[in-house]
Design a protein around this ligand. Structure first.
Ligand code: SDX
Length: 382
């Protein structure tokens, strides 16, 4: 237990502030370690599934075979969207950004859930499962709607990764593709008090509801300094265009003190362990799908960044190689961040439930720097 300070201290961006305790993710930023409930992320990526990882995060232990089968059944029973949501999806302009669509549709889920404002642990667990189970259908079918394609409803015989890709593409994925997405969902499931999780906790700490908290989180994840970075990395690769242009592009950005997307992290000052895993993955997938040029460009960027700012603790983060991975999976670039959200619903909902066990309203202070003693001048005299 770290001591609780009574005197307010100024910590812009809360970089050095511990807001609460949690048993879900352990991050060692110096040594580049990430554990979910004590299990190393690399081991989980190699050995687990997204659904098993969600069970681990929410129940703080690995399930037995029977428990996992029951958990899978609970999730798949909730795949189907409330019927009016299909009309709601059609009412969203085809030109809408998928993250705006997702934020809108998660809010719409709330108005069809009679438990939306029931704040008991059991009701919140059920809502967590509904959010996890339904987000894939919202993302995939908004994409189908904006492309003028027929809706594809979720198939309860499939796991989340397979069901999402089947809805998105209108046909089941290969096992390799489904496993690749499953691993990406594991890697993105939770990560301590990142900005979007913290935003969700601020919302739930007022005893608002799970849907409002997840809506807050989606809006927060959208920013390019956070979950939006994976899309920004892909657009950067497209802008650079060719490996021969990499060095000049990166060096010019650094000279202009601009952020190179996919690098740096508030906590990791070593290589993000998720990036370590994703790098290998991206390389294999890129080779299998004819996108090796993207992977080679990424490696070239990494080398230049390492030489230029590696000593400052700026290394690839989870978003850098997930860009090539998602592109190789055939996803549109503006679906990269919704995919991040689809996984992080696990962390957002899990942290909300955990924080409510010992809730305290999140309300930091601000250091007032404005004037005092100003006279009120009637408008006629101004
Ligand atoms: C995610 O918090 C989480 O856990 C998030 C996440 C999760 O799983 O939820 O891990 C997912 O959001 C990963 C991060 C994705 N964002 C990006 O890739 C955007 C690019 N990265 C940067 O904007 C930045 O690294 C942040 C925002 C991620 C962290 O920045 P900090 O901690 O606020 O640090 P800073 O911006 O003050 O930078 C410190 C120094 C600066 O140099 P000086 O002014 O001190 O000389 O490092 C430099 C920065 O210029 N720097 C970079 C850089 N990131 C930091 N320089 C070039 N390129 C970068 N990407």
């Amino acid at each position: 237990m770290i001591e609780t300070r009574s005197e307010p201290t100024f910590d812009k961006g809360l970089a050095n502030t511990i807001a609460a305790e949690s048993e879900m993710s352990y991050i060692d930023g110096v040594n580049g370690v990430l554990e979910y409930v004590g299990i190393d992320i690399d081991t989980l990526a190699r050995s687990s599934t997204f659904e098993e990882t969600v069970f681990l995060l929410w129940r703080r232990r690995l399930p037995t075979t029977a428990e996992l089968e029951h958990f899978n059944a609970e999730i798949r029973r909730e795949y189907q969207l409330p019927e009016p949501l299909w009309t709601t999806i059609q009412q969203i302009p085809a030109t809408a950004t998928p993250m705006h669509a997702l934020r809108t549709l998660v809010s719409a889920l709330a108005v069809h859930d009679e438990e939306a404002d029931v704040n008991t642990p059991d009701a919140n667990e059920r809502k967590a499962i509904r959010l996890l189970a339904r987000t894939p259908a919202l993302i995939a079918n908004f994409d189908r709607h904006r492309k003028g394609k027929e809706f594809v409803r979720p198939d309860a015989t499939q796991d989340i990764a397979t069901s999402f890709l089947t809805m998105l593409n209108g046909a089941p994925p290969t096992e390799t593709m489904a496993r690749a997405l499953d691993v990406c969902l594991i890697l993105h499931a939770d990560h301590g008090f990142n900005a979007s999780t913290f935003a969700a906790l601020v919302t739930i700490s007022t005893l608002s509801d799970m849907y409002s908290a997840v809506t807050t989180a989606i809006g927060t994840l959208k920013g390019p300094l956070h979950g939006g970075a994976n899309e920004a990395v892909m657009r950067m690769l497209e802008e650079i265009g060719d490996i021969d242009a990499v060095e000049a592009f990166v060096k010019e950005k650094l000279v202009r003190k601009e952020r190179v997307m996919g690098f740096g992290h508030r906590v990791y000052k070593a290589y993000d362990p998720r990036a370590t895993y994703l790098k290998t993955f991206a390389g294999q997938l890129a080779e299998d799908t004819g996108n090796l040029h993207l992977f080679e460009m990424s490696r070239a960027i990494e080398k230049i960044m390492h030489d230029a700012v590696g000593a400052k603790g700026i290394h690839p983060n989870v978003d850098f190689y997930s860009a090539t991975t998602y592109y190789s999976l055939g996803l549109d670039i503006d679906l990269f961040t919704p995919l991040f959200a689809m996984s992080r619903v696990a962390g957002w909902a899990g942290h909300c439930i955990e924080y409510l066990l010992d809730n305290k309203l999140m309300r930091p202070r601000c250091d007032y720097t404005g004037p005092h003693g100003i006279e009120y001048v009637p408008i006629g005299d101004r």
